[in-house]
Design a binder for this molecule. Structure first.
Ligand code: GDP
Ligand code: GDP
Length: 437
């Protein structure tokens, strides 16, 4: 499972600048997702071969200059509960404040590794200014400049070194891992109950009241799968109000460890920002997706027209990724819950599919011939052949050509759509890369 790093600190110390700086250092081998909107709060970093997630809890919690102790308390509580390493950012240029002292006093009590970051040390002259932060009792302050990047490499080394040694979970690789995610009260616990047919999870009207589980293996309706630890289904945390963002942050681990996410949407509420946030996490992690529109029993108008409208509303909000199954279900009456599992299993199969190179070239080269990449400064891009990589989690296609850097997003999307129209990759993102040949 991936590690999670949380950035905390009062406003204006440079948290989001640091967040941007660290997430940019990610190597290009992992494809960027176009059109994701929640970049400020959640990103991925790759450093020395290790990939981890980084969250700027300030980006979720604080939305005004008027910062209350209460807000900071929540921010720090989330970090302590959810992160593996906490970065506590302070401002060396403007010095410490009471709020910094307050945060330090909470962080001194946690067993999680805390790295004290003295930001805005843009040049050596500012080094001395960081000395005041020794009094926090959180060890040596890391001096760096989020704006110019100095010191961030050392910081990354230290972050990676502090990740806890995790016990390997013994899960079998060829059994799919499903995560049920969604905002509070969407029906996650209920559908899990419906899947496994026993009251393993307590369902109540109060959001987020159920127990722990990480990977639990099931064999139901002929499907063999793991259910992954699911946001909101785990024990109630210390922070219970403002579940808006809290449940989203909690989803991160579940999404990261799953192959396919079953995103629960409450049919009676439609799609709201929290659903989009969770969707965007699924996208960023390039996981398989099944959308389950739950509580269908409560929907009065079930005409084809109403379903069409519902469906296009969903696809519109989730665009550009639109090729995924949507199932209208009821965890309560168990209507179509078999279909939900079946769709998840199908998406997993689609994700595993490998197209033989000969077949791929036969189909795609003629498509490319009929509609080649646009010429760039009078030069033509010639795509010579295409292959699908063998051992990737996400289906990945490499197009070999003379001028890879000139093939832009729209053409890549065109290729992706063609691939999707010829083979069934429903529910899974795919990667399209250009390589020089
Ligand atoms: P946040 O509220 O903690 O997320 O802080 P921001 O990242 O929005 O930064 C607050 C202000 O500090 C902005 O004007 C940044 O440009 C500035 N800032 C951030 N990092 C640095 C730095 O390393 N050096 C200097 N001089 N300014 C910085
Ligand atoms: P969670 O917070 O996402 O785990 O949601 P729960 O499974 O705890 O469900 C929240 C509430 O919605 C509970 O009162 C459930 O009984 C109710 N609920 C869940 N699924 C359905 C459904 O399909 N139909 C109806 N009518 N109610 C449902």
């Amino acid at each position: 499972m991936g590690n999670i790093v949380a950035i905390v600190g009062r406003p204006n110390v440079g948290k989001s600048t640091l967040f941007n700086r660290l997430t940019k250092s990610r190597k290009a081998i992992v494809n960027e997702v176009a059109g994701t909107t929640r970049d400020r709060q959640y990103g991925k970093v790759e450093w020395c071969g290790q990939e981890f997630s980084i969250i700027d809890t300030g980006g979720w919690v604080v939305n005004s200059d008027d910062i209350f102790e209460e807000e900071i308390n929540k921010q720090v509580a989330i970090a302590i509960e959810e992160a593996d390493v906490i970065l506590f950012v302070v401002d060396a240029m403007h010095g410490g404040t009471d709020l910094d002292d307050h945060v330090a006093s909470i962080l001194r009590k946690t067993k999680k590794p805390v790295i004290l970051v003295a930001n805005k040390v843009d040049s050596n002259e500012w080094q001395y200014a960081a000395a005041e932060f020794y009094s926090f009792g959180l060890g040596d302050p890391y001096t760096l400049s989020a704006i110019n990047g100095s010191g961030t490499g050392d910081l990354l080394d230290d972050i990676v070194a502090r990740f806890p040694k995790k016990e390997e979970e013994t899960v079998e690789d060829d059994i799919p891992r499903f995560a049920v995610v969604g905002r509070p009260n969407a029906g996650k616990s209920s559908i899990i109950n419906a899947f496994i047919g026993e009251d393993r999870y307590i369902v109540t009207d109060i959001a987020g009241t159920t127990r722990d589980s990480v990977f639990t293996r099931y064999n139901k309706f002929g499907f063999d799968f793991y259910l992954v630890d699911t946001a909101g289904i785990r024990k109630k945390g210390k922070v219970t109000e403002d579940i808006e963002y809290y449940s989203v942050i909690r989803s991160i681990r579940a999404i990261e460890s799953a192959d396919v996410c079953i995103l629960m949407i409450d049919a009676t509420r439609g799609i709201e920002s929290q659903d989009l946030n969770i969707f965007s996490l699924i996208q960023k992690n390039k996981k398989g997706l099944v959308v389950c529109v739950n509580k269908w029993d409560l929907v009065e108008d079930k005409s084809n027209k109403a379903i069409k409208e519902f469906e296009s509303a969903i696809r519109e909000r989730f665009a550009p990724f639109v090729d995924f199954p949507i199932v209208y279900a009821s965890a309560l009456t168990k209507q179509r819950i078999f279909k939900v599992l079946e769709s998840a299993a199908e998406v997993y199969q689609n994700r595993m599919m490998r197209i033989p190179t000969a077949k791929l070239n036969e189909e795609m080269l003629s498509v490319i011939e009929n509609y080649p990449p646009p010429a760039h400064k009078g030069k033509y891009v010639k795509i010579k052949y295409v292959t699908q990589l063998k051992d990737t989690v996400v289906p990945t296609f490499i197009f070999f050509c003379n001028l890879p850097q000139w093939v832009k997003e729209p053409y890549k999307r065109f290729l992706e759509n063609k691939i999707r129209s010829k083979w069934n990759f429903r529910g899974t993102p795919i990667n399209i890369f250009m390589r020089e040949k």
